[in-house]
Structures are given as structure tokens and as C-alpha cells.
Design a protein around this ligand. Structure first.
Ligand code: ZN
Length: 114
């Protein structure tokens, strides 16, 4: 089977988007490089449980990697905010107001919700 027969997506494939439900939180389970510009990725949607396998070019994998990096930065920021709240609570029962801990679409590089 040659490369073009294996491909299930192209450079614009949004690997973080579930093909069954509206979730944009699809996670990689396993990555395998099959060739110079061909990757096979096992994916799982945390919202509906769908498991899938995609074969895509390196550009799609690079974009997915950037999406996950942005999500990790967002999570780290929220964890730091939680730690600040926890340490403030330890000092005084009437500390600063709690920071906004909501996780928003724009935290993941998506447009704000309407
Ligand atoms: Zn899903």
C-alpha cells in the first residue's frame, strides 16, 4: 500500500476535533512514523470515547503538536492560579478574591464562544 492509499487526512486535518461528537479535545494514544511524510496516530475522544486511527502528513502532526502545546500552557496557567488560591487560603481566610479559573475556547487557540 503506498502513501496516498494510507492517508486518511491531509495537512489541514484537525486531529484534535472528534469526527463523532463536537469535542475538540481528542487526545493521542500512540504515534508512529511510517515514512518521511507519513504518520499513523491512534486517537481517543475523552467526551464520547471514540477511538480512531489516522494516517496524516507531517504538517498535520506538527499542527496538532502546537495545539497540544497551547493546551498544556493553558493548563499550567490554571494550575498555577489554583496553587496561588491554595497558598492564599493558607495565609488568611479572607484573602484576595478567587481568580477566574474558567477554561475558555480561546485558551486552546479557538475563537471565543458567541
Ligand atoms: Zn467525541
Amino acid at each position: 500500500m503506498d502513501r496516498s492509499e494510507r492517508l486518511t487526512g491531509n495537512a489541514d486535518t484537525s486531529l484534535e476535533t472528534c469526527r463523532k461528537c463536537p469535542s475538540k479535545l481528542v487526545q493521542p494514544v500512540q504515534w508512529r512514523r511510517l515514512g518521511d511524510d507519513l504518520w499513523e496516530i491512534d486517537l481517543r475522544c475523552p467526551d464520547c470515547g471514540r477511538a480512531s486511527r489516522e494516517c496524516v502528513p507531517t504538517e498535520a502532526v506538527a499542527k496538532y503538536d502546537q495545539v497540544m502545546r497551547r493546551a498544556r500552557v493553558s493548563l499550567e496557567r490554571h494550575l498555577e492560579a489554583i496553587e496561588r488560591v491554595d497558598s492564599a487560603d493558607a495565609r488568611t481566610p479572607y484573602g484576595e478574591p478567587a481568580p477566574d479559573l474558567r477554561i475558555l475556547p480561546e485558551d486552546h487557540g479557538l475563537p471565543p464562544a458567541a
